[in-house]
Design a protein around this ligand. Structure first.
Ligand SMILES: [Zn+2]
Length: 195
């Protein structure tokens, strides 16, 4: 048996067409009814995952009548909810299903957006010199450069990524960090293909 390639977004296109849901050909925010449906689907699957983890939702003390509950709800461990491995995995996959569904309903291809987010997240790590550990800088061309042109080891160095953390464990973004530019990715997909 040959192994079927993993093509989750294409699979969900097939599924949505089968169930007569609109798959957009180009990026566009879906209409209000579709947005409500998609928001509910994503939220339900997120809640299933919370349960599979043995957790529950709780309102914070700030939650007052008429407040925006969204800002006052937190996930907490709950001894009454039995964690369940199969439910955990099931909810992960169902979240992929509804997330690819939401992208298809908006006409957005996941991979270029994914690559941009991955690039941005990885850029939070600090590039260091493999030889002397000095933090590398970006030169005017946007490439990583060694301060003092490599010092005693000339060009015989590589960039090694390292995390810098605060005392509380929060990651400090490197000076070479740049946020994900999803607007650009979406606009590129909106243009006709042969450009
Ligand atoms: Zn060095």
């Amino acid at each position: 048996m040959t192994e079927k390639p993993y093509r989750p977004q294409e699979d969900i296109v097939t599924l949505m067409r089968q169930f007569e849901q609109e798959v957009k050909a180009a990026p566009e925010l879906p209409d209000a009814a579709t947005r409500l449906l998609r928001a509910r689907l994503v939220f339900e699957e997120a809640l299933e995952f919370v349960k599979g983890c043995g957790c529950a939702l709780q309102l914070t003390k700030n939650a007052a009548a008429g407040s925006n509950v969204m800002d006052d709800v937190v996930v907490v461990p709950d001894a009454r909810v039995e964690p369940d491995f199969v439910e955990y995995v099931d909810a992960c996959i169902d979240q992929l299903v509804v997330t690819y569904g939401a992208l298809n309903a908006a006409g957005v291809k996941a991979q270029p957006a994914w690559d941009e987010v991955q690039r941005s997240n990885m850029s939070k790590a600090w590039p260091h010199c493999s030889e002397c550990d000095v933090v590398l800088e970006k030169n005017e061309a946007g490439d990583l450069a060694h301060p003092q042109n490599g010092g005693e080891h000339g060009t015989a160095w590589k960039a090694v990524l390292k995390l810098h953390k605060r005392e509380d464990g929060k990651v400090i973004k490197s000076p070479t960090y740049s946020p994900a530019d999803l607007r650009r990715v979406i606009e590129e997909q909106a243009r006709p293909a042969n450009g």
